[in-house]
Design a protein around this ligand. Structure first.
Ligand SMILES: Nc1ccn([C@@H]2O[C@H](COP(=O)(O)O)[C@@H](O)[C@H]2O)c(=O)n1
Length: 271
């Protein structure tokens, strides 16, 4: 027996719904994103790779570019969805077409109410994709995955996911604000929290907001005390060239950044 294999997460996109640069915007961050690219951000999505199979969480309008960038192209057959907003699902029709041309069926996993919206938006895609409800939880690539509904403020609701394998527990929660005590129950004892933070400090009226800013996120991180926190879903309100005042163990995601999901070792049979 030989070899050390740990599951790996890659950030395919770390932006908010409009991405960075915003198409209409000439602010300093958008200009920097256009010209050099530290702040260039595609719509949020992650790839999880393991010896037991690979899958994506979310499939936004940048899906095709993200597949080309990671050289995974169209070989993904499983995608878990957090909610049915366009920045998380608009790549599904293109993925369905790719499945069609390759003669394979893809599998989309989400709570039933999310699947219902997807099927209303794109009535044709079930021809090439199986829609699988995961309200009661599911196992994928050896990960025990549990969804729960979270407040998404002005924009309604989203789902967060807790994933567990070999005593490593992490949460993916890109679109939430003002979580209630009940909505934080599955966020205890985390090795890793991936949390959406659209702005450093969002000035807009709270009633019109939909995602944590970094000040509010710092309070949440203090309360939950995950071992590591990574912020994603960042708008043009976050300038990654600046030093950000982040809680201990917190950092910001970059496109293409990878992290190990666990500290365990799996022994592979010798060839
Ligand atoms: N039913 C809806 C409501 C909103 N949207 C779009 O989702 C985006 C949400 O942006 P956040 O930064 O709050 O995540 C926004 O672009 C809305 O237009 C949707 O697709 N469906």
């Amino acid at each position: 027996m030989n070899g050390r294999v740990v599951d790996r997460l890659t950030f395919l996109g770390t932006g908010d719904a409009m991405g960075v640069p915003r198409v209409y915007c000439d602010c300093e961050v958008c200009e920097e994103a256009r010209n050099s690219g530290t702040n260039r951000r595609l719509r949020s999505s992650v790839l999880i790779e393991s010896t037991e199979g690979d899958f994506l969480i979310d499939c936004g309008p940048d899906w095709r570019l993200q597949m080309e960038m990671t050289n995974r192209r169209a070989d993904i057959t499983d995608i878990v969805i957090t909610h049915a907003h366009f920045d998380h699902i608009a790549g599904l029709p293109e993925w369905a077409d790719a499945c069609r041309w390759q003669g394979v069926r893809g599998r989309v996993y989400a709570p039933q109410e999310v699947l219902d919206i997807i099927q209303r938006q794109y009535p044709w895609i079930a021809t090439h994709l199986d829609m699988i409800a995961n309200d009661e939880g599911m196992t994928i690539s050896g990960w025990k995955l549990t969804p729960w509904k979270v407040h998404h403020g002005f924009n309604g609701y989203s789902y967060a996911y807790r994933l567990e394998k070999h005593d490593f527990g992490w949460v993916y929660c890109p679109d939430a604000i003002g979580l209630t005590a009940e909505q934080k129950v599955l966020m205890d004892r985390l090795d890793l929290l991936i949390l959406g933070t659209s702005f450093v400090h969002e000035e807009a009226e709270y009633s019109g907001r939909s995602v944590y800013d970094m000040r509010e996120a710092a309070e949440l991180v203090d309360e939950l005390a995950p071992i590591q926190t990574i912020y994603t879903h960042m708008s043009h309100g976050v300038d990654l060239r600046q030093e950000l005042d982040l809680p201990v163990g917190a950092s910001t995601a970059r496109t293409g950044m990878t992290i190990d999901l666990g500290n365990y070792t799996v022994l592979l049979p010798e060839e």
